[in-house]
Design a protein around this ligand. Structure first.
Ligand SMILES: [Ca+2]
Length: 317
């Protein structure tokens, strides 16, 4: 079932997707005459536990939203978003976040794979944004794999308030250069590939490449919400994450976490002396194992020495 209804909070048209649905091979273009609206958004909910929503080989481009996201997953299970392109998703209001995909409070068995996110006002994917401290979240069992995130205003992926089994594998993050907060579509961030904060639990980052962002990955406490717990960061490449602003950059920074495994990562030429930064005050139970810190020359040599390298190769941009 796929019905079209109007967004109750303003002039933003919304398509409500519920029940078994396949949307494949469609182009949604905010600048095209065929577009339903210049302010499209898709709301995905599940009618029954066996229902599956699949969105594949679709293009979403050139939209300007007042707030929220192009795709909102709310109370849904069994959703696959595969081989899609999200391009030029802008905001119209200063300091109000606009993302490509969000799951604000409930979603499980969700896969986002093989897709490209480019020039998104705030985040490519945002999970578990907390609006007040009493809010309940049920966000678990996600796989985000094989995607490329270019030029995010804030973050490629922003993770908050998850309950476990959030797998982020073999993605490529580049060009997170930050947003002052005065720009349309974002509320402010220094430019981080992946941020894990506000009560995030059970997150595994594996075999991703973080290439030329102001900051690669942050694990920290936010103004509200608990300290992140049970975080695995393994086999990732952090390459050339150097801040282009006055604020410090880094490869990976752990400000606040309870239980983390940081293993087999490779750090190359990140912000000077800030490849891997760990603050002792709010961190506990950190296992550090077999991480490598290489110069670009050493890294190039290691690539030629090995027939198969565990990271996605640096992609042509
Ligand atoms: Ca964000």
């Amino acid at each position: 079932m796929c019905s079209i209804m109007h967004w109750p909070y303003g002039a933003q048209a919304q398509i409500h997707i519920s029940g078994d649905t396949l949307i494949s091979g469609q182009v949604f273009d905010g600048q095209s005459e065929q577009a339903l609206s210049e302010k499209l958004s898709l709301l995905i909910t599940s009618a029954g536990p066996q229902d599956t929503v699949r969105i594949s080989r679709c293009v979403f481009r050139n939209y300007s939203l007042e707030n929220g996201a192009l795709i909102q997953i709310k109370g849904a299970r069994n959703v696959l978003i595969d081989s899609c392109i999200f391009h030029n998703i802008a905001g119209t209001r200063a300091g109000v976040d606009v993302h490509a995909i969000v799951c604000p409070d409930e979603g499980s068995q969700i896969t986002v794979s093989n897709s490209i996110f480019r020039n998104i006002a705030a985040d490519g994917i945002q999970l578990g944004h907390l609006r007040n401290e009493k809010e309940q979240h049920q966000i678990h069992d996600w796989t985000i794999s094989g995607n490329a995130f270019y030029d995010s205003g804030e973050n490629g992926i922003d993770i908050k308030n998850t309950q476990g089994n959030i797998r982020i594998q073999e993605n490529f993050f580049s060009g997170s250069r930050g947003c002052s907060g005065g720009k349309p579509g974002c509320s402010g961030d220094a430019g981080i590939g992946v941020i894990i904060h506000q009560g995030a639990r059970g997150v595994r980052l594996q075999a991703n490449t973080f290439y030329h962002n102001n900051r690669g990955v942050s694990v920290k406490q936010a103004k509200v919400g608990g300290i992140p717990q049970d975080i695995h960061i393994e086999e990732n490449l952090f390459y050339g994450n150097i801040s282009q602003t006055r604020e410090a950059g880094w490869g990976l920074k752990l400000d606040a976490v309870e239980g983390a495994v940081i293993r087999h990562n490779v750090f190359v030429d990140n912000h000077p002396r800030r490849d891997l930064v760990i603050k002792e005050q709010q961190t506990s139970g950190i296992v550090l194992e077999a991480n490598e810190f290489l110069s670009p020359e050493e890294f190039a040599r290691s690539l030629s020495d090995q027939s198969s390298y565990p990271f996605p190769l640096l992609q042509a941009y």
